[in-house]
Ligand binder design. Sequence first.
Ligand code: COA
Length: 318
Amino acid sequence: MKFSRILGTGGYLPSRVMTNADLEAIVDTTDSWIRERTGIEKRHLASEGETCCDLAEIAARRALEAAGLHPADLDLILVATTTPDQFFPSTACLLQQRLDVHGCPAFDLQAVCAGFVYAMDVADKYIRAGAAKHVLVVGAETISRLLDWNDRTTCVLFGDGAGAVVLGAADEPGIISTHIHADGAYKELLQVPGGHGNGRADLAKLEMRGNEVFRFAVTTLGRIVDETLEANGLTKDAIDWLIPHQANIRIIQATARKLDLPMERVIVTVAEHGNTSSASIPLAFDQAVRDGRIQRGETLLMEAFGGGFTWGSVLVRY
Ligand code: COA
């Protein structure tokens, strides 16, 4: 039986920082409102001309270095993104060219804020099926480009960044299980309605009914915790670390309570990063690996929720 194991992690945040105080000068908001309702203090934004692939490349190279592998060792490249550089080629193909590798499959995967969890599910299945030995999984976003900077209800919430992991085939898990779901019935609660396909490219800005999304996210993430534990016959105390999608500190706290986990066992980056969509989990993961909090052998629960709605989890023995 084959399993997949995490060999290395990497992350990258663009150098430009926007604080809540900076936002006060743009929209009718306050630092205290943003902190109290979301936990966000600042976010990083891609500079003009800096693209999703630029961020992805740095995160990917760092993950490869941590894994002790070269780009030529990869036999699958997956990029989870909602903000690709261009319609096509995919950001995964652009990244493949930057890494100077040729021939292995490379494709993007779009599940908005659950994109990284979806990509981990796909990568794990490729490895378990024997179709790949080394897979690069990147979550990378320039979500700031989809924001309406006149809309205080959304523009204060998001940031840009990229995170990456390299997975390798192993005799033992590694990835214990993945669980992904979607329900398109809720498409209107969180969306970018415009696109060339529907002739409304003029509507390419993010819209959200924040309150409804909040309630649905808390309930759904509670259920995915139960589903993940039950599928593996585990109890809450089996989880050493929660690595949640970083949308709002109150959503994160609700999931931690569900797991009876103290906040010291939860990796939280939302204050510094804001919501970086598909990049948020791999960025948080990389930070906690590099600062020594997460150790080999520990059990990690990653969970995410995003537009679609999409949601899911990854249970990992690191
Ligand atoms: N600054 C100041 N006031 C703001 C504001 C801002 N940036 N954004 C909204 N407000 C105002 C609203 O207009 C409203 O004013 P009113 O009462 O006069 O109408 C008030 O604050 C409360 O708004 P509400 O939307 O009820 O606040 P909330 O407590 O639900 O918090 C969110 C708003 C967006 C922070 C919260 O709903 C949330 O986090 N939702 C989930 C978002 C999310 O995670 N999305 C991504 C999923 S991947």
